[in-house]
Design a protein around this ligand. Sequence first.
Ligand code: UD1
Ligand code: UDP
Length: 359
Amino acid sequence: MKVASIVGARPNIVKMGPVHKSLNGSGIEHLIVHTGQHYDYEMSEIFFHDFELPKPDIHLGVGSGTSCFQIGEIIQLLERKITEKDIDLVLVYGDTNSTIAGAICANKCNMKLGHIEAGLRSYDFTMPEENNRILTDHLSNYLFAPTKNAVNNLKKEKIRGKVYYTGDLSVEIIATIKAISRQSKILDILGLKSRSYFLVTMHRAENTSSRDYFIQLLKTFESLIDSTFVFPIHPRTKKMFKTFGLLERLLKCSNVKTLLPVGYIDFIALLQNALKVVTDSGGIQKEAYLLKIPCITIRKNTEWVETIKGHWNVLTGVDSEKIVDAVKRPSPRSNYSKSVFGNGKTSGIISELISSIVQ
Ligand code: UD1
Ligand code: UDP
């Protein structure tokens, strides 16, 4: 049996890490196709290194551009490269442009499609990711849903494909990387002590298109001058700091350590030693929950609704007053249930399902 995974953006590669190992362990031939959506070393290759993944079998090299350009290019190139490969199942991950492009190509080329992390919904249609995941779900033959809520969301939409509850891959990813991250030197390099700083990430298209949101973030840093913030900056965000003429103001914040994006092992080291994390990421909300690090989500909604219970994750939007208030609030102590994300055996469950359903 031959399975092809389509990945391209940082979170796709993270999710594929354990799946690749499980598929290989089950004797399934696994082809890795990289679309080239992310291409900087620290946005792509470093994740192959950290998860000990082989180099992609096929690299499409699409690069950056508008969503239409990116999705269109991936579909055309993918059709040319994979139709001759006799693929039994195409796997796509999450909600990126590489995900939807892989899904459309599989559908148009009559290949079976599996969606890993199916059924998530924020019901915020201004997010490109919400549209990507809904379209991908409705094109999929097999939907691997990480939570019971995701299963219910799919049922409500009367989804055509077969839905399987698998638990979430993050549980096993965090369990493995948490141990490896103890060897990371990133805190020493940055001169940081454990629990002495707040970790920050911001990159969502909706948040980085408004100058006011950058001002709100800067006001947060400026009004918490006695707190240290560690801010690995996504390339999109760095570009927009420059476009909005706000990079110098950021660099003047003596309490903010700005960095290039870091690899997964270093990122988890930073996360598990932080006081709290301030983020608009999807994956980080869940990783923070699994590490019991309080999360301040600078969005108005979340697809990871399980993390909200017990105030482990607080939604503030990009509003400096609300963020400052959440930073100062005491950390939650109760109402915690790691089991909402499954038993940590998700990659094994997925590869067993694939072995049994795809003949
Ligand atoms: C994408 C995903 C988002 C995910 C994020 C993970 C979509 C619609 N969005 O957003 O869901 O959370 O990846 O990080 O797929 N750039 C570089 N170097 C790179 C990659 C990007 O400089 O290696 C810059 C380019 O200027 C590019 C911009 O970042 O135009 C945005 O990149 P893109 O892949 O389009 O979207 P992300 O914001 O990364
Ligand atoms: N991440 C990382 N280094 C960073 C920022 C994020 O390794 O500097 C990881 C993070 O832990 C998560 C993954 O990258 O597992 C994807 O996060 P991102 O916020 O880019 O995407 P999202 O989950 O929002 O789609």
